[in-house]
Design a protein around this ligand. Structure first.
Ligand SMILES: [Zn+2]
Ligand SMILES: [Zn+2]
Length: 388
């Protein structure tokens, strides 16, 4: 009999571990410090039970746990300190536990960043609204024998563009009625003077007539190791209008420059636009158009996310139709700040969010690229912090 019973007990032990159960009545554990009366201690234990079950309704033995917690408090308090210590401990207990900061590996960080960047790629429809060329335009050459100077608004004969003349203009834009270059108003004497008039190719058709656009899906088919690039172009004025003269690309993740090439324009250079382009001459290091595109195709492919400020002009000047774009002029800071929708200059954004002064001297492609990348990084970091 006894042998059988012990067997049964063993079987029971195997299937059911003895369960802890809450006592029917709350009884504080004895302490020698006499911190409070028994009824007060009981009341406090009930209070803890409430708190515990509110925090975790699935708790099976809230009374046992509460008795333990109260006991720890009672042990270390005297009659004078019990109330205060109890209140302090209840405050700690009611606060949600601090989340332990997650430590992510470099790879995990990159995956998370990539996910955000992909979400920020601007939809095609929006790109079209902001002037991006999303389809190869029909070639429409400008047959007129004259052009309007984009600086001084003088009409000039195209054939005479290289003959010295006087072009007077303000090189800065106008803000609140004043030119930012010299703070002159509409009627002030222009602060800059050159010997030639210059012009832009204004319509997509005119651009297409000089050099065809190409879809990056057609020409950049080899997968690149760079998934996100900051890109920036510099242009010069030529007898063919405004042309590509330099491309720089910076890898988003390493901030390293992965491309910096100079491109030979098709027309004869009329003005190097040095103030903005930083270019002073054309030399042997300048690549042909096809060589340049080949080099660009080595660092990017059609799925590469390009980051830049008002990239529509850069893509147009490279005659590229590309859909994966993060444009800092469209995205920031309107995404985070309420207020009238307006385009911010890269200079203003860099100053406001990065406390960085750019474009103080000559324009530098890599400086601009890096500023656009760092702006995106700044906001990606904010987004990551928000999500963690
Ligand atoms: Zn001026
Ligand atoms: Zn002019």
């Amino acid at each position: 009999m006894s042998a059988k019973r012990s067997n049964e007990t063993l079987d029971e032990d195997k299937s059911k571990k003895p369960k802890l159960e809450d006592p029917k009545y709350i009884l504080p554990k004895p302490v020698t410090t006499f911190p409070a009366t028994l009824p007060d201690r009981k009341k406090n234990i009930e209070y803890i039970v409430n708190l515990l079950t509110k925090k975790d309704p699935s708790l099976t033995t809230p009374k046992l746990k509460a008795i333990e917690i109260e006991y720890e408090i009672a042990k270390k308090s005297s009659n004078a300190t019990y109330k205060t210590i109890f209140r302090q401990e209840m405050y700690k207990l009611s606060k949600p536990p601090k989340p332990s900061p997650k430590i992510l590996s470099k790879h995990e960080m990159k995956v998370r960043e990539m996910k955000i960047l992909k979400e920020w790629v601007i939809p095609k429809e929006k790109l079209i609204k902001f002037g991006y060329t999303m389809e190869i335009p029909k070639s429409e050459p400008n047959e007129k024998i004259t052009r309007e100077c984009c600086r001084c608004r003088t009409e000039f004969r195209l054939k005479q563009q290289l003959e010295p003349t006087t072009c007077e203009f303000h090189h800065g834009t106008r803000q609140k009625g004043k030119y930012i270059c010299c703070l002159g108003d509409m009627n002030s004497t222009p602060c800059s003077k050159t010997n030639n008039h210059v012009y832009l190719l204004n319509t997509p058709g005119e651009k297409q007539a000089l050099k065809s656009f190409q879809y990056t899906t057609d020409i950049f088919k080899t997968k690149s190791e760079y998934k996100v690039l900051g890109i920036d172009c510099e242009m010069v004025y030529t007898t063919e209008g405004f042309e590509l003269a330099r491309i720089t690309a910076i890898d988003y993740f390493s901030s390293k420059e992965v491309l910096d090439i100079f491109v030979k324009p098709f027309g004869e250079v009329v003005d190097f636009n040095t103030r903005y382009s930083g270019i002073k001459e054309i030399n042997d290091s300048f690549l042909s158009w096809d060589e340049s595109m080949e080099k660009l195709g080595m660092v990017m492919d059609s799925s590469t996310i390009l980051i830049g400020h008002s990239l529509e002009s850069d893509l147009d000047i490279m005659r590229l139709v590309h859909t994966n774009v993060i444009d800092t002029s469209i995205l920031f800071p309107n995404r985070w700040e309420t207020g009238p929708m307006r385009k911010w200059s890269l200079k203003d954004l860099a100053s406001k969010f990065l406390s960085r002064s750019i474009q103080s001297g000559e324009h530098d492609s890599s400086e601009d690229s890096l500023a656009a990348i760092d702006l995106v990084k700044h906001f990606v970091k904010k987004e990551l912090d928000r999500k963690l």
